[in-house]
Design a protein around this ligand. Structure first.
Ligand code: AOF
Ligand code: ZN
Length: 345
């Protein structure tokens, strides 16, 4: 692989990222076409349901007859299936493309190597694995969803300098500052769903919507095993699709669905496959401690984001313990410190 190939693939990744927040649950994909070392066409998958990156890139060409002498750089294996659009592998072959570079194979069971197979069978030269890590990182939610058959899990909490997450009496306390709050609302636009446990829903009465940022509001997931939560809480306002996992009721009304689970099986063992089946690729878990500790004890998480404020509470509900390894990023957000832990699996 030449340095130039890497450069073109970096451009394809850059194009792919333009689809941030608009392609899900589809991955972000970018594509670049070069002729004699010059980029002559570019495209990305812009919108869920819309044309794929390869189609946009090829349709951007002024002269498609050059394609047999071109190199095509695409960040994900071209698809082989009839979904919302016809197979990209066929599209490339029909247009006479002979040389293709790919970052990642597509883990979607509908594709899973069949796109590459088609290209090879048609006699194309296929290079797989160029900037593979960068590609995996860009579509971390999509890859985790298909590889582990569960959504990408982001655990988030705010804690005081002395390690408390809430007051013991259940009274809501503002722990982080206004800038950190904005950041949390940005995070809410980036994940497909947001989850809270019973005590948090009750004591904080959160809206779990997006007010301090612009973007899509996530699907709300509320754990209310014994249906203790009053229907007057904000989470039941039906302004966003909301799932309530509980032991008693199975009921589906517009924007409010009760999903029955059983006490005989671990909570996460029931909820995560259900979310997978609903094509939910990522969840931001916003508390409280019981739920966060359950994810941590089960070792089911991909990212932990902790906002630590300078405040002291002296007593209260203890914040979960952080892992000993995996700290990948720290930042100062107003008066708060942000710590991000990652688990690569
Ligand atoms: C590509 N190029 O740009 C994208 C691909 O329902 P559809 O037809 O949009 O297909 C969605 C699936 O296609 C998605 O889950 C993933 O496997 C693949 N995405 N493939 O060749 C693209 N976005
Ligand atoms: Zn495709």
């Amino acid at each position: 692989m030449r340095f130039a190939d890497e450069l073109y693939m970096r451009r394809a990744l850059e194009l792919a990222a333009l689809g941030h927040n608009t392609t899900r649950p589809n991955p972000m994909v970018g594509c670049v076409v070069t002729y004699k070392g010059k980029i002559i066409g570019e495209g990305c998958h812009q919108q869920y349901g819309g044309p794929h990156a390869e189609v946009n890139a090829i349709n951007s060409l002024a002269d498609k007859s050059l394609l047999p002498q071109c190199k095509v750089y695409v960040t994900l294996e071209p698809c082989s299936h009839y979904g919302k659009t016809p197979p990209c592998a066929d599209f490339l072959i029909e247009h006479g493309v002979r040389s293709i570079f790919i970052c990642n194979t597509d883990p979607n069971p509908l594709v899973a190597g069949r796109g590459i197979r088609k290209l090879l069978d048609a006699g194309c030269e296929v290079h797989v694995g160029l900037l593979e890590e960068e590609g995996s990182e860009l579509n971390k939610r999509f890859f985790t969803f298909h590889r582990h058959k569960r959504p990408y899990i982001v655990l988030k909490w705010a804690q005081t300098a002395d390690g408390f997450i809430a007051q013991s009496n259940g009274e809501p306390t503002a722990i982080s500052g206004s800038l950190a709050k904005k950041l949390v609302h940005k995070w809410r636009t980036e994940e497909q769903a947001i989850m809270v446990g019973t005590r948090t829903a009750l004591s904080d009465n959160p809206h779990l919507n997006v007010r301090e940022w612009t973007g899509n509001a996530p699907i709300r997931i509320v754990i209310d095993k014994n249906l203790r939560l009053p229907p007057t809480l904000h989470v039941f306002d039906k302004k966003q699709p909301t799932f309530v996992y509980n032991y008693e009721r199975h009921e589906n009304t517009p924007n409010l669905e009760y999903v029955k689970i059983t006490p005989a099986v671990d909570l996460l063992e029931q909820i995560l496959p259900d979310l997978h089946q609903r094509s939910i690729q990522s969840v931001l878990v916003e508390g409280g401690t019981i739920l966060l500790n359950h994810f941590l004890a089960s070792d089911i998480w991909d990212e932990i984001r902790v906002l630590r404020s300078p405040q002291q509470l002296e007593n209260g509900v203890k914040a979960p313990s952080l892992p000993l390894t995996g700290l990948t990023q720290t930042a100062t957000i107003g008066d708060d410190e942000l710590f991000i832990y990652r688990k690569y699996q």
